[in-house]
Design a protein around this ligand. Structure first.
Ligand code: SAM
Length: 272
């Protein structure tokens, strides 16, 4: 059997499971089963495949048809041009989070704190882009921090990671505090895609209630950990802009502004 012959039935299987782009995912998983980069698949499509590759391919198609995210199956996600290891213990880094990274990089910084660092995607990207800066990554989940540590090692970045309930274990001051906290309201959880709702950590998705509790904590405690003129930048859900701006204003922040993502939706709030 040739590699290409495996694709039609797998695509059909994924489509029947409700996968949005079944042909794309089948090709990505075939490349994964073959152990090659996805953009090289075309070179292998007419090769005869060994039975172990066929078994591996069937196993990963089965996993994907249970709506397990592609990144958790392959263990990799590209973020800001770098590959991050991803497991079930961390949020799959999202492309829209690059808006926060872009804004953070638009000004110099020396010391950055990332609250809810997860895979470390934000913090490790900032430190890779600004190697002279120092960084601290905090998360309440020790399992997430183990993934972040592995990513730091893979990227050769030196950084401090600490288990902390937001600021509770954080000492010292920073000129940049970033966070992509859980922000989905409890009532919105049921309507999420199965890939998110059933496979990503609940702790990474929602703080419960109206979805704003993490912002309340961060806005309330951030100024004690910022140097004068320092910035705090948080990712938000597209409908949360005004509410989050108000939370920071209520805590005495002077300059508070919303930045949209590439699709024009409110995505980031920065306060100074
Ligand atoms: C939306 S995920 C963001 C992960 C990563 N920063 C990213 O952007 O891909 C939110 C993270 O906040 C962490 N978290 C949830 N509650 C927390 C708390 N009380 N204190 C610290 N971190 C918390 C979760 O474990 C999760 O890793």
């Amino acid at each position: 059997m040739r590699a290409a012959d495996l694709l039609p039935a797998a695509t059909h299987r994924l489509a029947a499971a409700g996968i949005a782009e079944p042909a794309r995912d089948a090709r990505r998983l075939l490349a994964f089963a073959l152990g090659i980069a996805p953009d090289r698949l075309i070179l292998y499509l007419h090769d005869v495949v060994e039975s172990d590759v066929i078994d591996r391919f069937h196993a990963v198609i089965e996993e994907r048809s249970k709506r397990r995210p592609l990144s958790q199956i392959t263990g990799e996600r590209l973020f800001w041009g770098r590959s991050f290891h991803v497991t079930r213990d961390v949020l799959d880094p999202r492309p829209e989070t690059e808006t926060l990274v872009e804004l953070a990089l638009s000004e110099p910084f020396e010391a950055v704190l990332d609250l809810g660092t997860g895979s470390g995607a934000i913090l490790l990207t900032l430190l890779a882009e600004r190697p002279e800066a120092r960084g601290v990554g905090a998360d309440i989940s020790p399992a997430a921090l183990a993934v972040a540590r592995e990513n730091a090692l893979r990227l050769g970045i030196s950084v401090d990671f600490t288990v902390s309930d937001w600021f509770s274990a954080i000492g010292g001051q920073f000129d940049l505090i970033v966070s992509n906290p859980p922000y989905i309201a409890a009532a919105e959880m049921a309507a999420l895609e199965p890939e998110v709702r059933d496979w990503e950590p609940q702790l990474a998705l929602t703080p419960g209630g109206d979805g704003l509790d993490a912002y309340r904590r961060i806005a309330c405690e951030a100024s004690a950990h910022l140097v004068p003129g320092g910035r705090v930048i948080v990712e938000i859900g597209p409908t949360q802009g005004e509410a989050v701006v108000q939370l920071f204003r209520d805590e005495g922040f002077q300059s508070v502004k919303i930045t949209p993502d590439m699709d024009g939706r409110d995505r980031v709030v920065m306060a100074r």
